[in-house]
Design a protein around this ligand. Sequence first.
Ligand SMILES: [Zn+2]
Length: 145
Amino acid sequence: MIKYKLYCKKCSNIFDSWFASSKEYEKIKKLKYLSCNKCNSPNVQKSLMAPNLLNAKKKQETKLENRKKYINVKKKIREYQKFIKSNFEYVGDNFAYEARTIHYENPKDKKRKGIYGNASSKEVKELNEEGITTETIPWIKEEEN
Ligand SMILES: [Zn+2]
């Protein structure tokens, strides 16, 4: 036995119906023995609702899965941020300037902590061209929760 959701094109009724097999369904449909249990219209077909609903459910699950992944990544980033904040010196928008100062003026100054701050992608590119290696990390602002 196989259960199909049938859809009535006339009254939009959706109802369940049992068939011995999909072949039997095709046979009955061909003979126009299928009819709506509400309005008796023979204009009835297998509903596409069921697979759609399944897909919707799957999508929901994928969404949830992605959300979980996102939360995990966010947690990692926060840990990373915490580490950087306690081990590096924040220089804000002066990042490119400070990076150059360290690189050109006191590269031997081991006492100075590493720095972190904001730089445009253009600045990062220029720094890299000058041989100043930088690391770009995703940064979550405090207010974003
Ligand atoms: Zn109907």
